[in-house]
Design a protein around this ligand. Structure first.
Ligand code: ACO
Length: 327
């Protein structure tokens, strides 16, 4: 078995920006309510001309530049998204637009856990020697799927994309991981298809309809995250032979500052080691972890040799954590 290194990060620039004051012109809410309950002050939304593919390509280009690789050297692209531009998948278009002519590319859907699931999946291909260089992209455009009249959900989400480059190496820097599902709580967070039966001919009926808006039981998701995320992190750390005090930075899915604070408290982690950019981005689903990661790498907070925990949780319900050494 070979090892895996994470060698570059990137993110897409997304505009315009929508702050809480602007949102309060749309629904009955306030900056004070949103900040107190979530920590979010603003989010970015794609322009009408942009989609997930555009954001994903930009994030991947920036990650490849950071890793010093050309698209031609990439052999695997995983696009973690729940909001593809095309339900058949957007990864093929990303592969083409990047010019990654040798790469196999596919979408992976695990909601807000998608990026962590994607990195772990890519790592398996690298560790077996099947491929040597991979790009994992987390990209979502939830603004297309939010009911902008529903104040319980529309204040939470934003659009974005981030990416990371993984390379096979003699030394393994992916130290441990744990992925889990709890389908029994699936109804807590959905973006469900609903259709009406349409008879075609005698005895043959199809169901035609459309996807509905995001529906969420916020309190149940909150309880799930606060209980299960520390557990999944502990398991990943156990596999890595480490404890939380040996971790330099925790890079968690950015859903709610209160969730980040509660997880940090349970793991006895000081707040400065729990990274957050929720105030500026809101919840960007599969994109949130690689965006925080990229900001922290480019600002010099995360440096070669640092030990990181990446952890996602979300619809499914899904959750996962991985421990890695940066660089
Ligand atoms: N502005 C003002 N009032 C609001 C708003 C709003 N935007 N939204 C809800 N309220 C009201 C409710 O109507 C309710 O009023 P009522 O008591 O008169 O009925 C009151 O505020 C309290 O509502 P709750 O839902 O109980 O508020 P809570 O404190 O639970 O906070 C929140 C809601 C922020 C959604 C919280 O439950 C949460 O963060 N849950 C986790 C959700 C999450 O992480 N989702 C994403 C994970 S998965 C993924 O990323 C796709």
């Amino acid at each position: 078995m070979l090892g895996v290194r994470l060698t570059g990060t990137g993110r897409a620039e997304v505009s315009p920006r929508l702050d809480n004051h602007q949102l309060s012109q749309l629904v009955d809410t306030s900056d004070e309510w949103i900040v107190t309950r979530t920590g979010i002050r603003a989010r970015r939304l794609v322009s009408a001309e942009q989609g997930v593919t555009d954001l994903a390509v930009q994030a991947a280009q920036n990650a490849l530049a950071a890793a010093g690789l050309t698209p031609f050297e990439v052999e695997l692209i995983i696009l973690a998204t729940s909001t593809p531009d095309d339900l058949f998948g957007s990864a093929s278009l990303v592969q083409d637009r990047l010019g990654a002519k040798r790469a196999v590319a596919f979408d992976l859907t695990a909601a807000c856990s998608g990026f962590v699931f994607g990195v772990v999946t890519a790592a398996q291909f690298l560790k077996t020697g099947a491929y040597r260089r991979a790009v994992v992209i987390g990209a979502d455009v939830l603004s297309r799927w939010v009911d902008w009249q529903d104040r319980r959900t529309c204040v939470l989400f934003g659009d974005g994309a981030g990416a990371v480059v993984l390379e096979a190496s003699a030394q393994d820097r992916l130290l441990g991981f744990e992925l889990q599902n709890d389908g029994s709580q699936n109804a807590c967070l959905t973006l469900a298809y609903q259709g009406q039966p349409r008879p075609l001919i005698d005895d043959v009926t199809v169901t035609l309809g459309a996807y509905q808006f995001i529906a969420m039981n916020g309190q149940e998701v909150y309880k799930f995250a606060v209980k299960r995320v520390p557990e999944v992190i502990e398991k990943a750390l156990f596999r890595a032979g480490l404890t939380s005090d040996q971790v330099d930075y925790f890079v968690l899915h950015q859903a709610n500052q209160r969730i980040l604070d509660a997880v940090a408290a349970k793991l006895a982690v000081p707040p400065e080691r729990m990274l957050s950019n929720l105030d500026r981005y809101g919840n960007t689903s599969a994109a949130s972890i690689p965006i925080v990661l990229d900001e922290a790498v480019r600002s010099g907070h995360i440096q070669a040799g640092h030990t990181l925990v990446l952890a996602g949780f979300g619809a499914g319900l899904t959750l996962g954590a991985l421990v890695c050494r940066w660089g």
